[in-house]
Design a protein around this ligand. Structure first.
Ligand code: GTP
Length: 598
């Protein structure tokens, strides 16, 4: 087909507003996949994604559609991940499009996440087509939601499409709108090749598979190409389109979307956002806006059984092949032994990696509490970043510490404004803005330290608003604060993996709450265990766990063997997630205690 009949679009939607269901419908209506194949949702195909019901990685699908004007069009749907951790990938996939469907659940309304992605789309001059989904629901209020979109985003909703992805209502109208409203790509087939990578994954047999949009020029099977940011080069073994299964072709032109395989060893060599060009006739400049996704959240991962250290390294190596944003390096902790310090884009990314390590690689791990990256300047005038609180130099060597701040936007029913403001205040938030929307819904804007958000902020927001509030944030820069290192001593041993960096004004309360929580979480031993929180050499809070009473033991020695066995088994089970710190067994929960202090 000529470029004039290609349409590249993505779908912007808040989690659960029906993006995947709509995508399936579009594939089905255009006959791209049959109803039988459709049993499984096509676009999200990672197990974890399906289980959690969220889109993590993006995918693409090419559809052929004969419009009412009798012409055949090629519609390329480029899916976007639905979570803030992956916002960089969202922006790359939007850049690969000329238009976007804005899907809003007509029984709910606009959410914070949607907003962020719409602004991104507007920034890139995408044509936005509003779709009010789930109009089959009795609670659907399309007119109210229209008003909301117009008011918040300033988008004309007179042509908004009322749809039900589930019932198949409005699907043809959506397809026609894509054809008529989304502009075709520019015909720049005569320019040197520039193709934007919007996704890549590692395949065991073919190496890295790269998904891209050809922006300028053309690319053929057998071409020698170069990735402009990574500098890596390779020869294309396989070229194809995504329909949504991979179908090989010989050549792809400006405006088209496809994939290539070229014996690339790790996704790191062909990262999202990089520009592909021809080695023989390279483009002068790459496509704009490549930025390496930087890890924002770090934690320690330690095998419970020291023998699993090698397995853990292998598993991380393997995950890394497919996840360029995952960082890790060996870490030795006096309390935990050998493990890895790992960096993630955000909390969800961190949880996903942990889950995969445990599930797919059968590892038993202890995870330490997440930390952000601090910028430290010493009195000697040196500046560097630390991602591990235990590496903070002592107070008398520090000139300053700066921490990352985020701009946080929340959308909430009016009745929860008070409690959410209180939450932000408790988290050292600085109030920036508040706007009333339609129907008693409100947007709240705060600036606050990332460290206060990566602890249980999201859970708090959800529980305080009974699930009705949504949030979105992005990092806006570093600010100096009066931060101190809080150390935890268990049985007089300093536990490096429990050290944390807190604001001086909060140190006392956090220290107090933490020792109380640890007292609750660490089981009794045969001996008394003191637990202390200290800043430098000054103890600011202390508790102790009393020793087990003797008679409990006496009982099991006295009696029948099976009962004793049972008791031991029970203990063994409880031990599964324990790490010995000195002579004290500390359970996994204790390392995460700081997330549960409120
Ligand atoms: P992410 O993948 O996390 O972005 O979520 P999503 O936006 O893809 O949502 P998904 O398509 O998985 O739909 C979420 C839920 O809404 C599912 O239970 C769907 O069956 C349901 N749903 C989707 N569209 C409709 C609709 O038009 N009407 C009704 N009643 N339910 C719908």
């Amino acid at each position: 087909v000529p470029v004039s009949r290609i349409r590249n679009f993505s779908i912007i939607a808040h989690i659960d507003h029906g993006k995947s269901t709509l995508a399936d419908r579009l594939l089905q209506t255009t006959g791209t996949v049959s109803a039988r194949e459709m049993k499984e949702q096509f676009l999200d195909n990672m197990d974890l994604e399906r289980e959690r019901g969220i889109t993590i990685k993006l995918q693409a699908a090419r559809m052929n559609y004969t419009a009412r004007d009798g012409q055949e069009y090629v519609l390329n749907l480029i899916d976007t991940p639905g979570h803030v951790d992956f916002s960089y990938e969202v922006s790359r996939s939007l850049v690969a499009c000329e238009g976007a469907l804005l899907v809003v659940d007509a029984s709910q309304g606009v959410e914070a996440q949607t907003l962020a992605n719409v602004y991104l789309a507007l920034e890139h001059n995408l044509e936005i087509i509003p779709v009010l989904n789930k109009i089959d629901l009795p609670g659907a209020e399309p007119e109210r939601v229209k008003g909301e979109i117009e008011e918040i985003i300033g988008l004309d909703c007179s042509g908004a499409i009322k749809a039900s992805a589930k019932e198949g209502i409005g699907i043809e109208e959506i397809l026609e709108s894509i054809v008529h409203l989304v502009p075709p790509p520019q015909d720049t087939v005569n320019k040197p090749l520039r193709a934007l990578i919007f996704d890549s994954y590692y395949d065991l047999y073919r190496g890295v598979i790269v998904y891209f949009r050809v922006v300028d020029g053309a690319v053929k099977k057998g071409d020698k190409v170069q990735f402009m940011a990574s500098g890596k080069g390779c020869e294309i073994d396989e070229l194809g389109i995504l329909s949504p299964t991979q179908i090989q072709v010989q050549e792809l032109h400006a405006g088209e979307v496809g994939y290539l395989a070229a014996a690339i060893k790790a996704v790191e060599d062909a990262r999202v956002g990089d520009t592909i060009t021809l080695a023989a006739k390279p483009a002068e400049t790459p496509l704009p806006g490549y930025a390496e996704a930087k890890p924002m959240v770090f934690c320690g991962l330690f095998p419970i059984d020291a023998d699993q250290y090698g397995d853990l390294r292998e598993a991380l190596d393997k995950l890394k092949l497919n996840d360029a944003a995952l960082h890790y390096e060996p870490e030795t902790s006096s309390a935990m032994g050998f493990g890895f310090r790992c960096g993630f884009l955000g909390l969800l990314h961190m949880e996903i990696v942990q889950e995969r390590l445990e599930r797919e690689y059968n590892l038993d791990l202890i995870t330490t509490a997440p930390s952000v990256v601090y910028q430290v300047t010493t009195i000697a005038g040196e500046s560097y970043e630390i991602d591990n609180p235990s590496h903070l130099p002592p107070a008398n060597e520090r000139e300053s510490i700066a921490e990352p701040y985020v701009k946080l936007e929340m959308i909430t029913p009016e009745s929860y404004v008070g409690t959410l403001m209180e939450l932000c205040q408790n988290r050292r938030g600085i109030f920036k803005d508040m706007k009333y929307l339609t129907q008693g819904r409100t947007t709240l804007v705060y600036e606050l330290p990332l460290a206060e958000v990566v602890t249980d902020f999201f859970d708090q927001l959800k529980s305080r608003s009974r699930g009705y509030a949504s949030m979105e944030y992005h990092v806006i820069g570093y600010r100096e604060n009066a931060l101190v290192k809080l150390d935890i001593l268990i049985n007089a041993d300093m536990v490096d993996s429990l050290a944390m960096i807190v604001h001086r004004d909060k140190a006392y309360n956090v220290g107090r709450a933490l020792v109380e929580k640890l007292k609750e979480l660490i089981p009794r031993h045969q001996f008394k265990i003191p637990i202390q929180a200290s800043i430098g050499s000054r103890v600011i809070a202390s508790e102790h766990i009393p020793a087990l009473r003797k008679d409990v033991l006496a009982k099991c020695y006295g009696g029948d063997i099976s009962r004793k066995k049972k008791l031991l088994q029970k203990q063994a089970k409880g031990k599964k997630r324990m790490k010995s710190v000195g002579t004290v067994d500390v359970p996994q929960e204790a390392f995460m205690a700081v997330l549960k202090l409120d």
